[in-house]
Design a protein around this ligand. Structure first.
Ligand code: E4P
Length: 226
């Protein structure tokens, strides 16, 4: 059960990495749009510097055709580093690109997955990660729990090494549900994790404990002073 941050905001990555244990960073063109016109390759190199080589970095291609996807993947590998997982949307052209990249030994994250058939074909094409889009499936009246459960059972049944990297979350209930269905990893905006721990009842519990301690030992006294 692992988490990634679904953001390319440098300050958020630095800040929230102190609190949450993550195994990587994911992005897509819409996530990049939130930061404006970044210096594309330098920005990702900076993220790599922050997270280190032991965490995974997932960068999505924009091209829609096989040749374009392969060329963009090559540019990313050349200008960021060769450990980047190239995110490829699971279209017909995308499946060809996944196979092409795997033949070259490049890490691949199959993305924009709304259906079982997309995920299963991507697994068979050799994708290292498959990214089912939880919230977007719900928006389309597709059952993400059923889809993710099927992926998990097929991975078990046929011994695929593919990792389910669940994505597209709008609340932590969806994240927990993806894990319960067998996703090993979930990519989440840091703000969602932050909000999950900012519930008033949690803060009240902490305040109450501090108040009870103060009542017994006095104001401003810490355990280290005893
Ligand atoms: C991963 O990076 C996915 O592209 C992302 O989680 C999709 O999220 P969205 O459905 O909020 O666009």
């Amino acid at each position: 059960m692992e988490y990634m941050f679904d953001t390319v905001n440098i300050d958020d990555i630095k800040h929230y990495s102190e609190f949450f244990k993550i195994v990587g960073i994911t992005s897509n063109p819409s996530i990049i749009k939130l930061e404006g016109k970044i210096n594309f390759f330098n920005h990702f190199k900076e993220i790599r510097k922050i997270i280190g080589m032991d965490k995974s970095l997932h960068i999505q291609v924009v091209a829609k055709d096989y040749e374009g996807m392969m060329a963009e993947a090559e540019a990313i590998i050349k200008n960021v580093d060769d450990k980047v997982f190239i995110k490829i949307p699971v279209t017909e052209q995308g499946l060809k690109a996944i196979r092409g990249l795997k033949l070259k030994g490049v890490g691949v994250t199959a993305t924009a997955i709304y259906t079982k058939v997309q995920g299963l074909l991507a697994m068979e094409a050799g994708a290292d990660f498959i990214a089912p889009y939880y919230n977007r499936m719900e928006n389309m009246d597709i059952d993400p729990q059923d889809v993710i459960t099927t992926f998990a059972s097929m991975i078990r049944e046929y011994n695929y090494s593919t990792i389910i990297l669940a994505a597209s979350f709008k609340n932590m209930g969806q994240v927990n549900s993806a894990f319960e269905c067998g996703a090993q990893t979930a990519t989440v905006q840091p703000a969602l994790l932050h909000a999950a721990l900012e519930m008033p009842v949690i803060n009240k519990a902490v305040e109450d404990f501090a108040g009870d301690f103060e009542t017994v030992f006095g104001k401003g006294v810490s355990i280290v002073d005893l």
